[in-house]
Design a protein around this ligand. Structure first.
Ligand SMILES: Nc1ncnc2c1ncn2[C@@H]1O[C@H](COP(=O)(O)OP(=O)(O)O)[C@@H](O)[C@H]1O
Ligand SMILES: O=C(CO)[C@@H](O)[C@H](O)[C@H](O)[C@H](O)COP(=O)(O)O
Length: 478
């Protein structure tokens, strides 16, 4: 049988699931080729399991996410899947889900392919969840971490459930992000394993000592038994316990990565690159020099935070909560208004028409601050529209102003002058909200006077696959 030289990358995003098959290609300048890729909408939004979460609760049905994952795998070429020698998994950070050890899934032969179906699992409480208000967050113990704790962070959500739904927590004995869950199910892990990238995104994790703030958490009555063991990104979490589609049993699976870090890994060709990702959320990222250590006292008012990357290095990240999701809310609002007026229009039609209209509208005085969800550093700054004049009310004006507002909001968090001071020479765009929207691209170029190029489609999935490919190549050298 031919040596297996292909790796599979997965990105369990907030809006869509992506998968990519990557193969080493010594003749290619990048060193690899993307053999095939696929994206499928998850459509996983669902009502919060705890009524006390209120309208700010943001939860997703894990079954629908896994269904979208299996749709992606089913769409990939079988003859390539059987050559997979490693699986890299990434996904939406911060969120938390729970399951019962040993009962988290059931392997079935759905159709011709063996797949796993979620069983005793909770919903995923995502990074967009707003149930932890500022008063509740202020009641939590101070973290021993350089990252402050925000609503939607795993540990904050667990503290909230401990206070408002203690019985709910008692029915589970394992927890992790959605991508930690997928790794644990693929490998049949009895205890979930987490990379420091995802541990840091939960809060109460000290990236210097690579350990949870166990004493602080225990003293506050936190169920520390739910905290996964933590390991370095790039490490193997285990091997597939079953054949999965045409992927052979015993295939190495890497510990799950943050989607942001996986995207950067696929796009950032040199340290002087900045990566601007617009997916459901938005992030502007620059790499910090090796040896850089963030200040250990968290500053919740700081718009830039430092996220662990690989090899104990850090990324400087301006992470806005308001990106593609705000465009999606605008589209959904228009579709709802037209339905109220008796008209039925597909969302995809609205996206293409509004982007087309805005592309014709090169400029506008209309000004939109798009922060419908507030920001972690400015939770009370909600969205606003100013400079409304009778001449600026077309779909083109509003869409141009909305795209400009999303990019300008990010720029206000991390101005291009700061990027220049850090030695940034180029911006790489990633994320499908950006790749599918010419107007967003124009606004990025307008706000950031650097050469702008675009990374891989399904960038985080490609990045997760590349991490496993690099590991496989390193192993072959020794
Ligand atoms: N038909 C479309 N045309 C342009 N943009 C779209 C379209 N459908 C969705 N989007 C944008 O893409 C965003 C989701 O991007 P995606 O990369 O799938 O997110 P994630 O990686 O967070 O799951 C949506 O929030 C929306 O703004
Ligand atoms: O919020 C931050 C960082 O705090 C982001 O980098 C974070 O990774 C993303 O918001 C989540 O992972 C969701 O990503 P995506 O679904 O928008 O791609």
């Amino acid at each position: 049988m031919a040596a297996r030289s292909v790796t599979l990358g997965i990105d369990l995003g907030t809006t869509s699931v992506k998968a990519a098959l990557v193969e080493a290609a010594r003749g290619d300048p990048s060193g690899f080729v993307v053999l095939a890729s696929c994206a499928r909408p998850a459509r996983a939004e669902t009502a919060a399991q705890s009524a006390a979460a209120g309208p700010q609760g943001q939860e997703q049905d894990v079954r629908r996410i896994i269904q979208a994952l299996h749709e992606c795998l089913a769409a990939l070429p079988r003859q390539q899947l059987c050559k997979v020698c490693g699986i890299g998994v990434s996904g939406q950070m911060h969120g938390v889900m729970f399951w019962k050890t040993g009962q988290g899934c059931e392997w079935t032969e759905a159709g011709a392919a063996p797949v796993f179906e979620p069983r005793a699992v909770s919903h995923l409480v995502t990074w967009q969840d707003g149930r932890c208000g500022s008063k509740f967050l202020a009641s939590l113990p101070r973290p021993e971490s350089h990252l402050s704790v925000a609503t939607g962070f795993g540990c904050a959500t667990i503290f909230w459930l401990l206070k408002n739904s203690p019985e709910f927590l008692k029915s589970y004995d394992a927890a992790g992000t959605i991508h930690d869950y997928v790794v644990a199910m693929l490998c049949g892990l009895t205890r979930p394993l987490m990379s420091d990238q995802n541990a840091a995104s939960w809060g109460y994790f000290n990236t210097r000592s690579q350990s949870w703030n166990l004493e602080t958490l225990r003293d506050a009555g936190f169920p520390v038994h739910l905290l996964p063991d933590v390991t370095d990104p790039g490490n193997v979490a285990g091997r597939t316990s079953q054949a999965w589609f045409e992927i052979p049993k015993g295939t190495q699976v890497g510990v799950a990565l943050g989607d942001l870090q996986a995207s950067v890994y696929s796009c950032m060709a040199q340290r002087t690159d900045a990566v601007l990702n617009i997916s459901t959320s938005v992030q502007l990222v620059a790499s910090m020099p090796s040896g850089f250590q963030p200040v250990q006292t968290p500053d919740p008012a700081a718009p830039v935070a430092y996220f662990p990357y690989f090899d104990r290095t850090y990324l400087a990240v301006a992470a806005s909560l308001n990106g593609g999701n705000v465009l999606a809310m605008f589209v959904h609002m228009l579709v709802q208004w037209m339905a109220d007026l008796g008209l039925e229009v597909e969302e995809s039609t609205v996206y293409s028409r509004m982007i087309q209209a805005a592309a014709q509208q090169k400029d506008t005085c209309l000004t939109i601050t798009p922060t419908v969800l507030g920001e972690r550093h400015l939770p009370d700054q909600l969205a606003s529209v100013t400079r409304i004049s009778s001449s600026d009310l077309s779909l083109g004006h509003v869409t141009r102003a909305l795209c400009r507002g999303i990019v300008q909001n990010l720029h206000s968090m991390l101005p291009f002058q700061q990027l220049q001071e850090w030695g940034v020479e180029r911006v790489i765009g990633s994320g499908s909200a950006l790749s599918r929207n010419e107007v967003l691209k124009q606004e990025v170029q307008r706000a950031f006077p650097f050469p702008v190029s675009y990374g891989q489609d399904v960038d985080a999935a490609v990045g997760a696959a590349l991490v496993m490919l690099q590991r496989n190549l390193n192993q072959q050298e020794y």
